[in-house]
Write a protein that binds this ligand. Structure first.
Ligand SMILES: [Zn+2]
Length: 314
């Protein structure tokens, strides 16, 4: 059953570390080499038309089209790992198992630098339409490949093109801490998953470089910086009384280009100069949410009472 109500008018008040008003989760999507590819044994190549009116016959290899993806694993990953080291901020890398297998050096560097790896499928594909057995096999293949290349077992799941009615029950059984296949909130929330309770750490499509794809709505690094800055500014105001979280979605072959990544650099400088911003991995956010249950507001609370409740727990 869909939940169209959620927290409603009175979201719970979480006390983030240091009394932060906004938890910011940077996400690097690492998919390059996991896209459908004849070279890798798939029947068809990835449809690249979503990347901007450029079509290539999906039944034949196009080395130039493949190179479009390769930019992410050859250049984009290192650009972002360098930038994150420079500013000393952690990220969550949503990585496909098959992608890390093609670039073990990058896989090791992600873990070496202290970033979280969230499982992003084995191949870069969705699980909608899969049977529960097929879905479980995809989840396990993803975990095995990531563990083999990094030595770390992911605790988070985010898969392309959505999940099924069975996904969360399988994830809970397989020992996952959270998934991010939701765009429905500014805060984590629990859902029933069979006999278990499962945590959802929602993601976002607006503060996401996917908006540069295809007939995208963003054009310049300045556009992207403005989108990220406005989102943070809004949540910092609201976070005075009800702390929130914010996701930034990046793709190495898109956001990893200089023209986009420069907007991300500007955002990091802007956010790091603000009080009340906690850069965290999604795993850190999930663990904090579970270990420090937020104060549930009641609908009768006045604004002043809510502010007082926040002071009390800060
Ligand atoms: Zn992705």
């Amino acid at each position: 059953m869909r939940d169209l109500i959620g927290y409603g008018e009175n979201p719970p008040i979480v006390t983030w570390p240091g009394g932060a008003k906004v938890a910011v989760s940077l996400v690097l999507n690492y998919e390059e080499g996991a896209e459908s590819s004849i070279e890798a044994g798939d029947a068809r190549d990835e449809d690249v038309s979503i990347f901007g009116g450029w079509s290539a016959d999906p039944t034949r290899r196009s080395l130039m089209k493949e190179s479009f993806f390769e930019y992410g694993s050859r250049v984009g990953i290192w650009r972002y790992l360098g930038m994150l080291r420079e500013y000393n901020v952690p990220a969550t890398v949503m990585a496909c198992g098959a992608a890390l297998e093609r670039n073990p050096e990058a896989a090791r560097a992600i873990v070496r630098d202290g970033h979280e790896i969230c499982a992003h499928g084995y191949k870069w594909r969705g699980t909608v339409g899969m049977t529960p057995a097929e879905e479980r096999a995809e989840i396990r293949a993803s975990l095995s490949a990531i563990e083999a290349t990094t030595g770390v077992r992911p605790v988070g799941w985010y898969v392309r093109e959505g999940i099924t009615e069975n996904t969360r029950e399988i994830l809970a059984e397989e020992g996952f801490l959270y998934d991010s296949n939701s765009y429905s909130d500014d805060l984590p929330y629990h859902v029933a998953a069979g006999p278990n309770s499962h945590l959802v750490v929602p993601y976002s499509g607006d503060t996401n470089d996917a908006r540069f794809w295809g007939n995208g709505s963003l054009g310049t690094a300045e556009d992207f910086f403005t989108v990220l800055k406005d989102s943070l500014d809004c949540l910092l105001i609201e976070g005075e009384t009800v702390p929130k979280m914010m996701s930034v979605g990046l793709h190495l072959r898109i956001g990893g280009r200089p023209s986009v990544s420069h907007g991300v650099r500007r955002f990091l400088e802007y956010a790091l100069a603000k009080d009340g911003v906690w850069f965290a991995t999604r795993e850190e956010i999930a663990r904090w949410w579970i270990e420090h249950p937020p104060v549930q507001q009641s609908v009768e609370n006045t604004t002043a009472e809510r502010a007082a409740a926040f002071e009390g727990v800060a």
